[in-house]
Design a binder for this molecule. Structure first.
Ligand code: ATP
Ligand code: MG
Length: 394
């Protein structure tokens, strides 16, 4: 579908190339999430050439062309003006060349173009960095991060997603510019951190923390030596009760790719869930984060019944997050899969049955159900209607 768009632009006398992430991911044989085209046509010309278009970022030269139901961002080659707010250029100038357009991009691996037939245009050396697994800023790293602080988060995010290393000069420039991270909206930080946490190397999130990019979002102890968890990413050798202490990096990388679970565990390891609120994560994720921290701080129960009591009142992912940090998530999964009752809704008896048995509506009914639940949590084999009725009457 991008070929149709490229051909129409080229057929109308413009130049046009696939650019950025879609080129990088095609070369890496990774699934492409979104398609970007750069062209010499200006936004009005792009709108005129295609039937279905949306003005998604006209100020920055972007028109989304929808072809066969797939949105493709078509952006006019541009040169960015000066940056004053550590995030956006004050102005952009069209009429630039492809080369100039590639120079304004963040990382070398994101600064390549590709023709319809797959020929790569690589004036900056992105192919070599892709081959060697290197994350490197385009041009002078200090200038690039001073321009736009989001690029620092992107550098770590690609490290996590691709398993690459951040080139020394690029890393040093990041460490010099972390104080500008306040220029980025919480939503953009949340998007980058979520991609980092959901990647194959979620432990990279600790590098983001340790670099100081999350100051204001994570507790201050992260920068102090009395941190409850070691700030290094090496497994700690000292076993507790014969089990080695899992480090933050280890715990995150053993988790399934579940958004709420990974955020929940991150909050537990931070010992604080306010980051979920400050980053305006979905309400459910916030709830899981806060509950998980609360459960972990109270001390995770050692008994099956204790875990079921938690499941009765908290979302399963909150209980699993707290358990994962203690290395006991298996026990929670086992309970969840066992079909054992841990909630009033799971009881083999309903409120209706209790009313029929003569218990009056109101607080007494609630208390009776709660009592039955507590009994069944300790004695799962007794979750049968007849047995529960007998217990009530007894
Ligand atoms: P993803 O796989 O998440 O889509 P991506 O690299 O494609 O990663 P996009 O946000 O889709 O990210 O951006 C497309 C391209 O635009 C990037 O590959 C890069 O060339 C350029 N770009 C994106 N964000 C920035 C930025 N903050 N500064 C400079 N260039 C950027
Ligand atoms: Mg993209």
């Amino acid at each position: 579908m991008t070929n149709f768009i490229l051909r129409r632009l080229i057929g109308s006398g413009f130049s046009a190339y696939l650019v950025g992430g879609c080129v990088r991911d095609t070369l890496l044989k990774r699934p492409v999430t979104d398609w970007d085209i750069a062209t010499s046509a200006n936004p009005e010309e792009v709108e005129r050439l295609f039937d279905k278009t949306v003005k998604t970022g006209e100020r920055f030269g972007t028109i989304t062309v929808i072809h066969d139901g797939v949105p493709v961002e078509v952006t006019t080659y541009r040169r960015d003006g000066i940056y004053r707010d550590n995030r956006h250029p004050e102005s952009v100038a069209f009429g630039a060349s492809l080369d100039e357009d590639l120079q304004r991009r963040d990382l070398t691996i994101n600064a390549m173009a590709m023709t319809e037939s797959g020929e790569i245009i690589d004036p900056i050396g992105g192919l070599r960095d892709l081959e060697f697994g290197v994350i490197r800023a385009v041009g002078d790293p200090e200038t690039r991060f001073a321009e736009d602080a989001l690029r620092m988060f992107r550098a770590f995010r690609f490290k996590a997603q691709l398993g690459f290393t951040i080139e020394r000069g690029t890393r040093q420039a990041i460490l010099k510019h972390t104080h500008t991270a306040g220029a980025i909206s919480p939503e953009r930080i949340a998007a980058e951190l979520t991609k980092t946490l959901m990647s194959d190397n979620p432990g990279v999130v600790w590098e983001v923390v340790d670099a100081g990019l999350l100051a204001g979002y994570v507790p201050k102890w992260r920068t102090k030596s009395d941190a409850p968890f070691p700030q290094t990413h090496v497994a700690s050798e000292e076993p507790i009760n014969g089990r080695p202490i899992a480090t933050p990096t280890d715990v995150l990388s053993t988790l399934p790719q579940s958004h709420n679970l990974r955020w929940g565990v991150f909050c537990v390891l931070l010992g604080d869930a306010t980051i979920a609120q400050k980053l305006r994560l979905p309400a459910k994720t916030q709830k899981i984060g806060f509950a998980a921290v609360q459960i972990a701080q109270a001390g995770f129960p050692q008994t099956r019944a204790g875990i079921k009591c938690l499941l009765a009142i908290h979302p399963p992912d909150a209980v699993k997050s707290a358990a994962a940090v203690g290395g006991t998530s298996q026990s929670v999964d086992e309970i969840l899969q066992s079909g054992e009752c841990y909630k009033i809704e799971h009881l083999a008896i309903s409120g209706r049955d209790l009313l029929d048995a003569g218990i009056p509506e109101g607080p007494e009914l609630g208390k009776a159900l709660q009592k039955l639940l507590e009994h069944v949590i300790d004695h799962p084999e007794e979750n049968e209607k007849a047995k529960l009725l007998r217990m009530l009457n007894g």
